[in-house]
Design a protein around this ligand. Structure first.
Ligand code: DCS
Length: 544
């Protein structure tokens, strides 16, 4: 009875608020009248049709907002992004508790191993990049004598060059929607140097991080759930989230954990047939190389097979290459998909490739600067106009991100004043990442019931947990996935934040966690000790 009354009252309140728009009723009396009608009770009703469509929960608000949890776009409701999911939210609460009631917790700090955000864990930015960005943002410094004592000569020269090329000489102005011509030319020249094949500024779209570029491509490709995109499992959940938001179908293909997370073309063939058999129009294939969360670096032979598959099946190849500078394994080398395709004699008329890159990763780790790009090759001029249109709706990506992308593409060269410092900083970070990756994998592999592939590249380990039956039952009893249960226990006992494997997808019945290799090197031994003693206690508690 109360339920029905409250919903009816809420309907009336909506009408009265609507009617009051434009009247002399002030904000306060409007809220009061709404409050008088809509109760503070929590009212649950399944999403209804018509009239007050979509009201499901009126929550504890004292008026009925036109935007309720019952009428939020269902695609948004369905979308999940585990990298910042429930475990991380709990970690943030515990972090507050460490300030207010430190003695209540069995650890002194939260260690965020959930996200590939190197500078948040103490990684220091590359000096040259920051000098140039600072000078571009405050060009009046360029005329001052003191600046020459504080900044390197090549940073000053580069900043002058950039400022001179920016229309209006202003970093506070919108740029061309694809990005500044100068930056795109620098990036295109770097791609050509890297690959030994030409690259064009007009094929580049500079974006606020690679994420935006991925969303743009999903927008372009997906018009209904009949449109399918092939995606690795495990995958970085940007892909599943973006497909869900745009209403498409994720066509999974599984990476082979026992073959070092290898990508097998036979699996691609089986999955595409299955999807087509159920009426899905498979349009594109996502490959993340080096892999996230899996860390594998594909061999050239493997890449060739993937390229041939895309050509044969007329699929757009979406090559996520944001970790191209994060390679740690001996003998492994990054090769871009475009380079491998060109080396096979495949040109613009044979294969469509979109390659994503970012300032967030590599040795620079400038995540907060939001710089990135996609290089679009092998698609028609008319399609590129549509991509340009989507880019232009956002006006442009931020200028510091664009400048940074041009800088990481064209760092100091031998003979430049900054060169030695730059090489020392770069190599120091990459060597330390390689050591941390190895140390942490060894740590995981020593744990009872845990197996962990080495990270050949990228920034993550994705160890498999073979959990005792009693732990699985305990997780089920509290309606949690077993890896979430483990990650939650780990957080509560140690302050270490990892992401449950279920957020990335995994073979059903297997359980994993994803842990970044980013905590500071000097903290690694203590972290591994904490992890080890937690794990032992967990296994002892649930041993069958
Ligand atoms: N592609 C991959 C494979 C990524 O791992 C990320 C970020 C992105 C694209 C998007 O990055 P930017 O938008 O910053 O360029 N990696 C997330 C992760 O797994 N941890 O941190 C962020």
């Amino acid at each position: 009875m109360l339920r029905r009354f409250a919903v009816a009252a809420a309907r009336r309140s909506r009408g009265s608020i609507g009617a009051s728009v434009g009247s002399s009723m002030d904000h306060q009396s409007r809220s009061l009248s709404a409050a008088a009608i809509a109760t503070a009770e929590v009212v649950e009703e399944e999403a209804s049709k018509g009239g007050c469509a979509g009201i499901r929960k009126l929550s504890t608000m004292t008026w009925l907002s036109p935007l309720t949890i019952g009428n939020v776009n269902p695609k948004v409701m369905k979308c999940e992004y585990a990298v910042r999911g429930e475990i991380v939210m709990r970690a943030q609460l515990l972090e507050q508790e460490l300030i207010t009631k430190p003695s209540s917790l069995p650890f002194e700090e939260i260690i965020y191993c959930n996200i590939g955000n190197p500078q948040s864990l103490g990684q220091v930015p590359i000096t040259f990049f920051r000098e140039v960005v600072a000078l571009c943002d405050n060009p009046s410094l360029l005329d001052k004598a003191e600046t020459h004592a504080l900044f390197s000569a090549d940073a000053i020269a580069r900043a002058w060059k950039i400022i001179d090329k920016i229309p209006g000489k202003a970093t506070g102005a919108y740029s061309h929607s694809q990005g500044l011509q100068y930056c795109r030319e620098e990036i295109a020249a770097a791609i050509a140097r890297r690959d030994g094949y030409p690259a064009k500024a007009e094929d580049l779209y500079l974006t606020d991080g690679a994420s935006v570029a991925v969303h743009m491509m999903m927008q372009l490709l997906i018009s209904s759930e009949k449109d399918g995109i092939m995606c690795p499992i495990p995958q970085y959940p940007l892909y599943s989230a973006s497909m869900t938001l745009h209403g498409g179908s994720l066509v999974p293909y599984y990476l082979n954990e026992s073959a070092g997370w290898g990508l097998e073309v036979q699996e691609l063939q089986q999955q595409i047939q299955k999807a087509r058999g159920s009426g899905i129009n498979v349009r594109a294939l996502v490959v993340i190389n080096p892999g996230n969360p899996t860390g594998q670096v594909l061999s050239e032979e493997n890449q060739k097979k993937i390229i041939q598959f895309c050509k044969d099946e007329r699929l757009l190849l979406l090559a996520d290459e944001v970790y191209q500078e994060n390679i740690y394994a001996e003998g492994k080398k990054f090769q871009s998909f475009k380079k491998v395709a060109r080396s096979m004699g495949l040109g613009e008329n044979d294969l469509s490739i979109v390659s994503f890159h970012s300032v967030s990763k590599g040795y620079y780790g400038e995540c907060g600067r939001r710089g990135g790009y996609m290089e679009v090759t092998g698609v028609d001029k008319d399609v590129k106009e549509q991509i340009y249109k989507i880019a232009s709706v956002n006006l442009c990506s931020n200028i510091s991100g664009q400048i940074l992308m041009s800088l990481v593409s064209n760092p100091p060269k031998a003979g430049d004043e900054s060169y030695e410092d730059y090489v020392r900083e770069r190599d120091g970070i990459l060597a330390s990442l390689a050591r941390r990756a190895k140390l942490l994998a060894e740590g995981f592999n020593k744990l009872e019931g845990v197996s962990c592939n080495q990270a050949e590249g990228a920034m993550y380990l994705f160890p498999r947990l073979h959990l005792p039956e009693r732990a699985l039952k305990a997780a089920a009893a509290v309606s949690m996935a077993a890896d979430t249960f483990y990650a939650r226990r780990l957080l509560d006992a140690t302050g270490i934040v990892v992401v449950p494997g279920s957020g990335f997808g995994q073979v059903p019945g297997t359980w994993h966690i994803r842990c970044t290799i980013l905590p500071a090197e000097e903290k690694m031994p203590a972290l591994i000790t904490r992890l080890t003693s937690f794990h032992q206690r967990f296994m002892d508690e649930f041993r069958d």
